[in-house]
Write a protein that binds this ligand. Structure first.
Ligand code: ATP
Ligand code: MG
Length: 234
């Protein structure tokens, strides 16, 4: 199958600090691809570059065969690329339901309605009237994912969805992300939790100091004995 998203030798910098350099990756329809790497490796910058939050200085990003280089985040969201950021960025003063309804559902991917989200995350149904700011960390993560899905994406960029969650929630949230494959949605999954990510990923890229240093199938990366120590600082 041809690539839905193709990142071709991109670089991005904050002023003089080059945060990612010469990074290439591909993502096919319905694939879960993990991006692994220690703190500061450039994972968030890579997602920000793809979603148009940070401009790229070199290279190209192609989506459905056309260049999306330096397109704006809202335009990308309308064409089906949604970013579920690290800080989750829900609206704390709005209810769970309002947070889900506020999005622009024009991504062109499989459609999700409120009922679909509540079926996926029953906890959100129980809390639909509650202010989002009063949800637990795990519940806020579910809400952020639910909101991302309401845009009807074809590609979702997840930044450390397991961060700060208990083992139960890690399993639940990553299980839900893995389930999106069946709808044909493609996910780029940034994680430091290598084992948990590789359980649902098809392939993985390992980053270090702004560059991709390893890539392969989830089985290959999982079986490489040195990866955890060399690149993930464990
Ligand atoms: N807004 C910024 N201004 C200047 N430098 C930045 C900025 N954001 C990130 N950087 C730098 O870019 C590099 C990559 O950071 P990035 O946040 O992409 O890493 P990361 O892999 O997501 O790390 P973490 O696992 O800690 O989230 C780091 O050296 C970081 O200090
Ligand atoms: Mg990060």
């Amino acid at each position: 199958m041809s690539d839905l998203l193709s990142v071709q030798r991109i670089s991005a910098a904050y002023g003089k600090v080059v945060a990612i350099r010469d990074v290439s990756l591909s993502l096919r329809e319905g694939e879960v691809v993990a991006i692994l790497g220690a703190n500061g490796a450039g994972k968030t910058t890579l997602l920000n570059a793809i979603s148009g939050v940070v401009p790229i200085t070199d290279g190209d990003i192609r989506y459905g065969g056309a260049s999306i280089r330096n397109r704006k985040p809202w335009a990308l969201c309308r064409s089906g690329i949604v970013h579920v950021p690290e800080g989750r960025e829900i609206f704390p003063a709005l209810s769970v339901e309002a947070n889900l309804k506020i999005v622009d559902a024009r991504g062109g991917g499989p459609e999700f309605g409120l009922d679909d989200i509540f079926q996926m995350f029953p906890r959100l149904l129980e809390r639909r009237e509650q202010h989002a700011g009063s949800l637990s960390g795990g519940e806020q993560q579910m809400l952020a994912i639910g909101r991302g899905l309401m845009t009807c994406p074809r590609v979702i960029l997840f930044d450390e969805p397991s961060l700060g969650l208990s083992p139960f929630f890690v399993k639940f949230v990553l299980g839900a992300i893995g389930g999106l494959k069946r709808k044909g949605i493609a996910s780029l999954l940034v994680e430091q939790n290598m084992r948990a990510a590789l359980r649902i990923a098809d392939r993985a890229y390992v980053m270090r100091t702004g560059q991709v240093v390893r890539s392969g199938t989830a089985a290959e990366i999982g079986a490489a004995p040195d990866i955890q120590e060399a690149y993930l600082g464990a």
